[in-house]
Design a protein around this ligand. Sequence first.
Ligand code: ADP
Ligand code: ZN
Length: 651
Amino acid sequence: MPIKQSGKRLRVPWRLKLDENDLPVTLPVFMAYCAVAGALRPWNRLGTKSIVTLVTTDDFYYPVFAEAARFFASQIWQSQRFHGNVLQWSDKNFRHEAEALRDESAILFASPSYQIQEDDRLLSDAVVPLAPRTARHAEAALRRAGLPITDESVDLLLGEPWSRLSRAFQDRRGSLQALQRLRSLPKPAPALPADREDERPPPTIGPTLSDMHGFGSLVEWGYDLAKDIADFRAGIIPWRDVENGVLISGPPGVGKTMFASALANSCAIPLIYGSASRWQEAGALDEHLKAMRASFAEAKENAPSILFIDEIDVYGNRIETDRNSAYIRAVITALLQLLDGFERREGVVVLGACNHPDLLDSAIKRAGRLDRHIAVPLPDAASRRSILEFHSGVIMCAADYELFDLATEGQSGADIERLVRDARRVARRQSQNLNSEHILRNLRPLTKLPEAYLRSLAIHEAGHAVVSSEVGHAPISCIKISRHKVDDEIRELGYVEYQPPAPQRRTRQFFENAIATFLGGIAAELEVYGSFTDGAGGADGADLNRATDLATALEGSLGMGHTLVAGRFEQSEATNLRLYLPELRREVHDILETQLARARAIIRAQRPALDAVADRLLEAGELAGEEVREIIGHHRRFTVSLAKPPRRAGM
Ligand code: ADP
Ligand code: ZN
């Protein structure tokens, strides 16, 4: 179910219906307007006032952008009067500042050469990047001008400098005529003096290291390599000082291949794509080895270069004794020879990629070969947002990001790219530019949890927190409930995270406190509602299971039960033990019952604290441990000796 954003109407550029009174806007100005409106999205609502600085890239030309910003302002304020307060930081003066403050609004451009000052930040409500124009912007502008949208005209609008666009498109000239003039008077190639011809920067194609979000140390390694390669080319360091091999592992779709091409782009050297499984497809041993050697030879010819070897883990262990082992052994030996020796692969950086590094023959990972191993995890929420922006240019508002984060948990960069592709298709079908609504509509379906259910979740989690704090179990680091559920996915909708408990003697009491804490959620539900929900038991790791396992361990194996006889058993055996030893089963039951009663007594006594934590959690969705402790401290009622477990007869 797509969730509609509430609030004032969003003025999406490609939905604008303009009437006669609107300012006349030329096609390039409208294109710039799309970029400006995108950057100013949070303020893109009727009547919103703000002073915002837009940080521009090289794709900037003040005359066009200033007009676009004025147009934006006139849309937001819907008054012809408001036309001004669009400035460049470099020519800002005190009068401008006073005007911006008086009108409570201004759009300020920082050109790429302008260094933003602390004062500028102080004046601005926000400093946001203004992205370069995109094909979507060009398409929107063509559509608005009533021109056919062809790849050729989109490319033309993206490739021409703004200054030429603004000269070609004039109010009195039709847009079609302007396009034709641009085509008939092509821009001259940028002139470089003949002796500096080879200094022309190579056109960058595809991603660079700065686009690799969530790649952490691998990106650092990449930048170091880029510097080493530059030094090697300049003759400052020999090849043997260049770290020339790395093994990247990670689940499919996290961007290992993309990283290889980003690395090649950032180092400005060619990438040779090799794939172990493709070499293998060549067939018989001879063919296989030939294909492998050909990739290495190609890399060597193009040195300095990067040889990417995908799926290198198809070369499992040489020691395996299946009937292919002689074949595999021969292949691995050949690969090792190719990897070995600095002369042999001078100028060739080898990147091996795999999903299962542990399957890989350990000789491949030995020093001088692919001795550095970097694992790439699935992207975290922040990285997923960056990947979304990288592929779509879309920046969402906080509420939308919350949904996006939830629905994409556990997904890879490739999954997000697919999501954007699907969303783009929908947008195109509706003749709209891609925006967050399209993305949201293509997310895995989320269901908003009803308020009453959220409250019971909050009560449950607050119960853990209150009991934990009363019995002095490990301090809480955070509690959280989510307001949405990803359909068809079983996931905890609320949870408590504890800090590691302070070092202490792990006495029987320590374990009893832990059990009481695990039962705190159920205890709170029982006190408030008279029953508890299924979330508490059943799945592994659920509260009742954890408490039961702990109680079983306490009685059965830690020597802290009624007998001091200690056995050893695995977690999985606990269930069987409880089934077959009625005595143990009863003991465990007694412990759980005692601790549940204790937890309920605590909840009863500290009901105001429970309610206060639950209320706040409902409001905020997530609370840090500090805040939880503060609320509990504030509402705490002092009672007698509940923190101590009741004494058991015979102990
Ligand atoms: P792998 O080689 O790990 O299986 P790929 O590099 O083939 O993954 O990723 C497939 C696609 O997913 C890439 O072409 C890219 O579009 C997208 N992708 C994966 N990771 C990222 C990332 N970190 N940033 C942006 N896009 C990514
Ligand atoms: Zn719980």
